[in-house]
Design a protein around this ligand. Structure first.
Ligand code: CP
Ligand code: NVA
Length: 304
């Protein structure tokens, strides 16, 4: 049976820790994995722009001895109405795995349903699991553990927030989501996670109050206030989310030794100040680098 990589909730903690361990090993000893996916081809469909996801997957498959093909939806018959179902069936005859970055989460579920090769989520409007795995790899490498850490997420609750929440629950971390009304997770998204957190004895706190949310946090995380597809709301979002900017004061309210994280691309002077992004506590370049290592580990897990 083929395995997809669409949401962290689909995997056990042990499996996810195993992927993190492979990612860490790939970072330290890349030569051991050279040619482990020799002759395999990964297709990548991007309905949204990308720097990190595209380049890290493309370089990653190459470093494992395979080949990456970027498939622009505008050049595929998809743009002329061929269904995702038929596209999935056809691509499965040529490729060993397909990565897709798209808008509606339903599209990746549909692709996975009809594809007979692994489908990897490179971001949807709902979640961004590869990013959260790179973030967990970054934290495990820095802190030496994940269990018991507290992550505070500030700003717009979006696809990155959902995967971070899923990751926190899988890895035994507490999370606070600090957002104003209208920018928190919808109850139908949040409630299943909340239930699980309760059964695991983990804290998931939703608050509008920055001081309360970041108190005792080991990690302060933010993302853009305007995700891809929301560009028309940019001005309103700047006004509504202004109080949630991560600056030096916010960092000083977090726990001792707290680190700053951002999936990037960042908007200096909006969700984060230049000082914090470029400051000593910032782990953003490590996160970006670890996208490469963890995606190689995910490819290895799915395709080997
Ligand atoms: N963080 C992230 O997914 O970046 P890209 O949009 O550049 O791929
Ligand atoms: N939330 C952002 C993440 C970009 C990597 C977006 O969806 O645009």
């Amino acid at each position: 049976m083929k395995q997809d990589f669409i949401a962290l909730a689909d995997f056990s903690t042990d499996t996810l820790h195993g992927i993190l361990s492979t990612g860490l090993a790939m970072r330290e000893r890349p030569e051991e994995f050279r040619d482990s996916l020799k002759g395999k081809t990964l297709g990548m469909i991007f309905r949204k722009r990308s720097t990190r996801t595209r380049i890290s997957f493309e370089v990653g498959i190459l470093q494992l001895g395979g080949h990456g093909l970027v498939l622009s939806p505008n050049e595929l018959q998809l743009s002329r109405g061929e269904t995702i179902e038929d596209t999935a069936r056809v691509l499965s005859r040529y490729l060993d795995a397909v990565m897709i970055r798209t808008f509606e989460h339903e599209e990746i579920l549909e692709l996975a349903k009809y594809a007979t090769v692994p489908v990897i989520n490179g971001l949807t409007d709902y979640n961004h699991p590869c990013q959260a795995m790179a973030d967990m790899m970054t934290l495990r490498r820095h802190f030496g553990r994940l269990e018991g850490l507290k992550l505070a997420y500030l700003g717009d609750s979006n696809n990155v927030t959902v995967s971070l929440l899923a990751a926190c629950l899988k890895f035994g971390m507490h999370m606070s989501i600090v957002s104003p009304p209208g920018y928190t997770l919808a109850p139908e998204v949040l409630n299943p996670f909340r239930k699980e957190a309760e059964s695991l004895g983990l804290q998931v706190v939703l608050t509008e109050n920055v001081e309360e949310g970041v108190a005792g946090a080991d990690v302060v995380y933010t993302d853009t206030w305007t995700s891809m597809g929301q560009e028309d709301e940019h001005e309103k979002r700047l006004r509504d989310l202004g109080r949630y900017q991560v600056d030096s004061r916010v960092m000083s309210l977090a726990g001792p030794g707290a680190r700053f994280m951002h999936c990037l691309p960042a908007h200096r002077g909006e969700e984060v100040t230049q000082e914090v992004l470029d400051g000593e506590a910032s782990m953003v370049w490590e996160q970006a680098e670890n996208r490469l290592h963890i995606q190689k580990a995910i490819l290895h897990f799915l395709m080997k």
